[in-house]
Design a protein around this ligand. Structure first.
Ligand code: GLN
Length: 457
């Protein structure tokens, strides 16, 4: 490690990262800069090294924290007005694990409010701009995280992925982004969106860094009973022979340059002796519809706790308790949050539960089975992350269905709980990053990261 070798001090690294964060202020990446706290931690680490004490595997490494991770440093707002003024008394397990290894949070980063969105335009603080073209979106919901890493402000950033929020912004900004197997990393202390699909993950510049972060963050947590045993650190990367591509995704609704990038990577794999297998996965066509029923149903339940009494913002324009709730929720949520609350209540209501929620749950089972079938024919699947590269700011924000269609290739993984890794795969002729998604069976995260090195050029 550079710091432990005394080549550079933690203080220097943190100062540089803070200076870069300020330099790129116009991208609207940070919701909070942790100047004092970060410098204090850096000096402590430098002092320990000077005394010859042991330091952690991430000692002095600056990172950016998506604003839906709870920690007492700065307000945790999830980029929503309704959480403004909320400082957490607790620290998310993932944050604690990173910081126990010496990582230093230099700031909290922007996102779609409550992680609802695919462009970061649903943030109460305004959109984060794309790292390669300021007229375009950063992707979402973890747009701030992706841009902070792409612009080299920090070494890594945290993210959450409920339906693509790590993988899609990673692809729009040309960095690695991993959504691990569901249950790999504790969700304790992370603002819940949809509890059955939420995953914690990271943005990095290399697969090696991703592996290091995964080995630190994964594992059982008694505070999150959906966490799995620590399979990540107890597994070895297995060798792959066959890589699947999904026929159903190779059509005109997918950008030509993305399809070209996918073909190019398939050629690369063939030249290295891998076999490319064509898969038919017809059940995936139900994924988007099922996702936009199951997720709002869980969202509506998770957002019910924001009532103006317990956390953050409270509307002062109320004469009784009912008004306090309704005014706070009306003023505090973004339009997309409200849309999901309404859809969620609708699909769960007694007259419609069977027609919508139950059907979606059945479609989810079909999707799980479809992946199991696919992985009996190949080791990994390589697909686009989204149908297009970064789109223009304002292009889809007033058309919810167009925005939801962004997620057509990312949400099936969340419904099935399987891991997906976005890998950089070149650029379009206009210079926009292209990302592809490497998908593996549950618990194959380590092999997936290892295999992604085969695709690097
Ligand atoms: N874009 C998806 C949605 O809006 C995914 C969001 C996420 O992964 N947090 O639901």
């Amino acid at each position: 490690m550079k710091i432990a070798n005394k080549k550079v001090t933690a203080e220097r690294l943190v100062k540089d990262a803070l200076a870069k964060a300020k330099h790129f202020e116009d991208y609207n990446i940070f919701t909070y800069l942790n100047e004092e706290g970060a410098l204090k931690k850096a000096r402590e680490i430098d002092a320990r090294i000077a005394k010859g004490e042991e330091v952690g595997r991430l000692a002095g490494v600056p990172y950016a924290l998506k604003d839906n991770f709870l920690s007492p440093e700065g307000e945790t707002t999830a980029a929503a007005h309704i959480l403004e003024g909320f400082t957490s008394p607790i620290t998310a397990t993932a944050v604690k694990k990173l910081e126990d290894e010496g990582a230093i949070m230099i700031g909290r980063v922007n996102m779609d409010a409550f992680a609802h969105g695919s462009s970061t335009e649903n943030s109460y603080f305004g959109p984060t701009l794309n790292s390669h073209d300021k007229k375009r979106v950063s992707g979402g919901s973890s747009g701030g995280s992706a841009v902070a890493v792409a612009l080299d402000i920090v070494e890594f950033a945290t993210g959450t992925d409920t339906g693509g929020s790590i993988r899609q912004p990673a692809s729009f900004n040309g960095v690695y982004g991993l959504k691990p197997t569901y249950g790999c990393i504790s969700r304790y202390g992370v603002v819940a969106m949809a509890s059955s699909t939420d995953c914690i993950g990271f943005f990095t510049k290399t697969p090696e860094d991703m592996d290091l972060l995964m080995s630190i963050a994964s594992g059982k947590d008694t505070k999150d009973l959906t966490t799995l045993d620590d399979y990540y650190n107890n597994s070895k990367a297995t060798k792959a022979q066959k890589v699947g591509i999904i026929k159903d995704f190779d059509n005109d609704s997918v950008d030509k340059e993305i399809r070209r990038a996918l073909k190019h990577k398939c050629e690369l794999l063939k030249s290295k002796g891998y076999e490319i297998v064509e898969l038919e996965m017809p059940a995936l066509k139900y994924a988007l519809a099922a996702y936009y029923i199951i997720v709002p149903a869980e969202v509506t339940s998770n957002l019910s706790r924001y009532d103006g009494v317990r956390y953050g913002f409270r509307s002062d324009d109320s004469v009784n308790l009912d008004e306090l709730y309704s005014h706070t929720r009306d003023e505090g949520f973004m339009p997309e949050n409200k849309r999901r609350i309404m859809i969620g209540n609708f699909v769960l209501s007694s007259g419609f539960y069977d027609a919508y929620f139950l059907k979606a749950a059945k479609a989810r089972t079909l999707i799980v089975e479809e992946y199991a079938k696919a992985f009996s024919k190949c080791n990994f699947i390589l697909t686009p992350v989204a149908p297009n590269p970064a789109f223009k700011l304002g292009e889809k924000v007033n058309d919810p269905v167009a925005m939801y269609l962004e997620d057509v290739m990312s949400v099936p993984l969340n419904l099935a709980g399987v891991p997906g890794l976005t890998i950089p795969a070149g650029k379009t002729d206009a210079g926009l990053p292209i990302g592809l998604q490497l998908v593996g069976p549950r618990r194959s995260d380590k092999s997936l990261i290892e295999f992604s090195k085969e695709l690097a050029e």
